[in-house]
Design a binder for this molecule. Sequence first.
Ligand SMILES: [Zn+2]
Length: 356
Amino acid sequence: MLRKVLQTLCVVAIALGAMALAHDFHDVLNGEPHCGTPVISERDADQVDQIVARFKSIICNNAEPGTVRICEDVHVRATKFDPITIPVNWHVFYDSATGGGMNVTTEMIDHQTDIMNEDFAGLNPGGPGGYHSTSFRFEVANVNFVDHSNWFHNMIAREKIYKKQLANSTDTHLNMYVGEMRGGVLGMCYFAFMYPADSHMHGCLIHHSSMVGGGQTNYDNGQTCTHEVGHHIGLYHVWQAKCSERSDRVEDTPPQKTNSRGCPSPVPESCTPGLYDNIHNFMDYSDDICRWEFSAGQSQRADEIITVFHPGYLSHAERSAIRVAADRAGLADAWAEAGRFQSRFAAREAEWTQFL
Ligand SMILES: [Zn+2]
């Protein structure tokens, strides 16, 4: 009996803790431009990292050298492998009655795609240059303009309905939805490990004003899309765990107490003197013009998350090499553990989407 009471108290305490966190989040950010991507628990983040570590250990101990990207040093991957080019299905909502969202054109989407390609290739024109090139590139697969007032104005609330109708080939394609969100949300995206790779729920939501040239003050140079796709491929906010050592689970991004704003000068050292905040990193909230890089550690993490949780983006040759390595290790399916985790995570959807 006592045990049961303690268990109940524990559940209530955890729930209250989560609510307090969510209220803090909204108190601080409601109205200010911010990202709506759900924050996951440290425990879930631990599990994700453990699955990746196990996958990597088994596959890299059994793969032919030079056949699996994540088994090679991150700094030489670009010389040994072609980029992972993700085809993108764009779904653009607009409201013909009010003209809302009709500023988004195919030219804007082409321009936005060019900017994402620059950002992910380490070629953003801001700052000193010489940034790390990630493995990821993007190409427009399809652009679908949808005149639907309700979906346009209520992108988050109607998400399940339109994604079920419109999402296309989520295991091999990224689906991007453009429309309006309230309360200052400029974008949101689920991490690749939150749903099975072929779930229609994958795909990013982008406020039309934060597309390149969309008119959102300080946030219309196109880096909202870069940031949200960064989440999809497994990257957390650089202040995810505040000043804790684990921070964003990336070794070369210093811990950071909270999100940045504007383009602060001098650069804050919010956790440890001498360790500068990541104000120029795409996974912070600085103005678009102030953000110009992903780190090598983020690039490495993104490769690992996609290889383990969304292999449909990889080349046929690389998937085959992984299958061969798994077979050598006596594993029937290299992706079985990741798939089970994704199904379990998706089943807890109500828990992590309750504050969206
Ligand atoms: Zn974000």
